[in-house]
Design a binder for this molecule. Sequence first.
Ligand SMILES: Cc1cc2nc3c(=O)[nH]c(=O)nc-3n(C[C@H](O)[C@H](O)[C@H](O)COP(=O)(O)OP(=O)(O)OC[C@H]3O[C@@H](n4cnc5c(N)ncnc54)[C@H](O)[C@@H]3O)c2cc1C
Length: 235
Amino acid sequence: GWQHRFPETQFMITATRDLTDWTVRDQALRQERVRLLQECEVRELLGGPGRVTGVRVATAGEGPGTVRDLPADLVVDCTGRASRLRQWLAALGVPAVPEEVVDSGLAYATRLYEAPPGAREGFPVVNVFSDYRAPVPGRSASLVPVEGGRWMISLTGTRGGRPPRREDEFDAFARSLRSPLIARLMATARPLTGVQGSSTAANRRFYCERATAWPDGLVVLGDSLVAFNPIYGHG
Ligand SMILES: Cc1cc2nc3c(=O)[nH]c(=O)nc-3n(C[C@H](O)[C@H](O)[C@H](O)COP(=O)(O)OP(=O)(O)OC[C@H]3O[C@@H](n4cnc5c(N)ncnc54)[C@H](O)[C@@H]3O)c2cc1C
């Protein structure tokens, strides 16, 4: 049934990824000590198994295949879920670091909508959770109001219940959930984008603390170290 109402004790800031990234970038660049290399991709670590001494990077605009070395006393890997740290460490000769993966097969399909007049400010987050009486596959939906009077609507499903990436099947999936509430709200709003799918939701933890060897001058942060199923809202 429906969650009972209870007094508010917490709040949640909802925004698109673009706005979140822009805000963090803007704050970071206000610090005089910070210098940004635009469109710069780290290709590998420099150094050896005992110490990391920098990174090799390729920067857009410097020509294809052009790389250069950036020396550093401390390298922080925060390249997220798709981090290539495992391969980079192997290339330095560091023994494999223990890793654990638990994958529910959760997939997302997301679309942005223009909220209808009267619902562009102060609209609540709406969640339709999966039906505990039919536990697998878990199928759910959420409506998250974001900046610019828009709604970000995501459909999710675990293995065997993958949400559609086709626009003409998006509404039908929302209607088929245990409550059609989000489908009804969608019908009042105007789609602004196509459907964007994501299947990178496995829980994954890299156990640096259990490594038999770890080079000095290297730290791992964020999703690169431990990435959770987004259902936990951990980011
Ligand atoms: C489908 C989905 C939904 C989510 N929903 C939520 C949510 O509602 N709320 C929430 O709090 N969290 C959510 N999360 C989790 C959240 O996005 C992550 O936990 C968070 O972004 C991790 O931050 P990070 O800085 O570690 O990595 P990221 O945000 O992934 O940032 C890594 C950055 O490194 C860059 N990069 C990667 N490789 C290189 C390289 N070789 N060289 C240079 N740069 C590189 C990438 O381009 C990226 O900009 C969600 C995740 C997913 C997958």
